[in-house]
Design a protein around this ligand. Structure first.
Ligand SMILES: [Zn+2]
Length: 70
């Protein structure tokens, strides 16, 4: 049994499967042949609440209403 994880190619956006043993290593997309580092969390899917808060926070930062502490 070969463990695999799915991710989207950062270049062409197609869904590809990468063998788990290649995690963190340079791989080539089978569709567009672009090379990238295999990363299981490259395209995180935050919950809708988190995504909303993230958008609000970014908007506030852009407006200058929030100053990052660090
Ligand atoms: Zn690709």
């Amino acid at each position: 049994m070969t463990l695999r994880f799915g991710q989207s190619c950062p270049t062409c956006g197609r869904r590809i499967e990468v063998r788990l043993e290649l995690l963190g290593r340079s791989v080539a997309c089978p569709h567009c042949h672009a090379e990238f580092i295999a990363s299981e969390r490259q395209t995180p899917q935050p919950s809708s609440d988190e995504a909303l808060m993230d958008r609000v926070e970014r908007a506030l930062r852009r407006s200058g209403a929030v100053v990052p502490v660090k």
